[in-house]
Design a protein around this ligand. Structure first.
Ligand code: PHE
Length: 333
């Protein structure tokens, strides 16, 4: 039996071998059965021999089984697992860069106690223009190339109508931030789309001035783009603010005010980046919503989101943000 052992390479083969020699019909068992037919004097010697062979065989089988088990364990342990191998990650979606930028701005204002309000994308011309001190036939209406759905209803060309809605619904003081979609009759190119996003903010309380506006905007730019951002106002005109200013922040690409670079692709070498419009709420607007301009003052701004998202992600064509190429969105996430 021992001669056949090395061929039993697994435990099934070993069991078959055991049955072949030691099982009920096994070769050793059969030899043992013939002992009874031997002459009496030979029986003890024959019995002892067969017992010795059986015991030796059992011991050899047990020994062989132990070594088979050891080999199995050894080969299991020697299968090396590369713990540095990159796992297969599930495919997940991501927040669109426009939404992410909008949420970051809104979060900044929420942290500072501003209420978030959302308004309709189809607005009345009264909310969009008249109440904002832009009467019918005023040339400023042309600046908001609008898309009318009815003679008195339009896709809102800016988020400023929400100033009117909120002030009419609430007495002062108030502080709101209102993000959303806006629409203008622009033809599409690398910098324009007929649908875009703005975030508008408005605060009304006794004694507010341009310093408050600049402080809040500076804080927002630093939270969004980095602690070295600075802010500049350029005199401008909006019928609903007086004084009015365009808001620029130092170019985050070349850190404009610190070391402007003529070759900077983000700002084209100017060192500044345009954010949007702002100013002190015009007394006529305060009167239009029933506020007393002698008792309270307010500041407001409206900034474009696409431009900010483009700068944050190094995109130089606004259309990339609307084509929803998942390969690009994945990269931006
Ligand atoms: N509504 C203006 C625009 O879309 C921006 C603005 C908002 C200006 C608030 C002043 C105050 O151009």
């Amino acid at each position: 039996m021992q001669a056949a052992l090395p061929e039993a390479s697994d435990r099934d083969a070993l069991e078959a071998l055991r049955v072949r020699f030691l099982g009920r019909q096994g070769e050793i068992t059969q030899i043992r059965r013939v002992i009874g037919s031997l002459p009496t004097v030979q029986r003890p010697e024959a019995g002892k021999r067969i017992n010795d062979v059986a015991a030796a065989s059992e011991a050899a089988i047990a020994q062989h089984e132990r070594s088979l088990r050891a080999n199995e364990l050894g080969s299991e342990l020697s299968q090396t697992i590369d713990v540095t191998f990159p796992p297969i990650l599930p495919e997940t979606g991501s927040i669109h860069p426009i939404r992410r930028t909008m949420e970051d701005i809104v979060t900044y204002f929420e942290r500072h106690g501003f209420a978030v309000v959302l308004g309709p994308e189809i607005e009345t011309d009264e909310h969009s223009f008249d109440a904002l001190n832009i009467p019918a036939h005023h040339p400023a209406r042309e600046g908001f190339d609008s898309m009318y759905v009815r003679s008195d209803l339009l896709l809102r060309p800016h988020t400023s109508p929400m100033q009117i809605r909120t002030m009419r619904a609430n007495p002062p003081p108030l502080a709101i931030v209102t993000p959303g979609k806006c629409f203008r009759r622009d033809s599409v190119d690398a910098r324009h789309t007929y649908m875009f996003h703005q975030v508008e903010a408005l605060q009304v309380a006794p004694g507010l001035h341009m310093g408050h506006l600049k402080g809040v905007l500076t804080g927002m730019c630093r939270a969004l783009l980095g602690p070295r951002q600075s802010l500049r106002f350029r005199p401008s005109f909006f019928p609903f603010t007086e004084p009015s200013a365009e808001v620029d922040t130092s170019c985050p690409g070349c850190l404009g005010n610190e070391r402007p670079s003529a070759g900077c692709r983000t700002c084209g070498g100017s060192g500044w980046m345009e954010l949007g419009g702002s100013g002190m709420v015009h007394p006529n607007v305060l009167r239009n919503v029933g506020y007393d301009p002698d008792a309270v003052s307010g500041w407001a701004f409206g900034i474009g989101i696409e431009r900010l998202a483009m700068v944050r992600h190094g995109i130089d064509d606004i259309r990339v943000l609307f084509e929803n190429d998942t390969a690009i969105l994945k990269q931006l996430a």
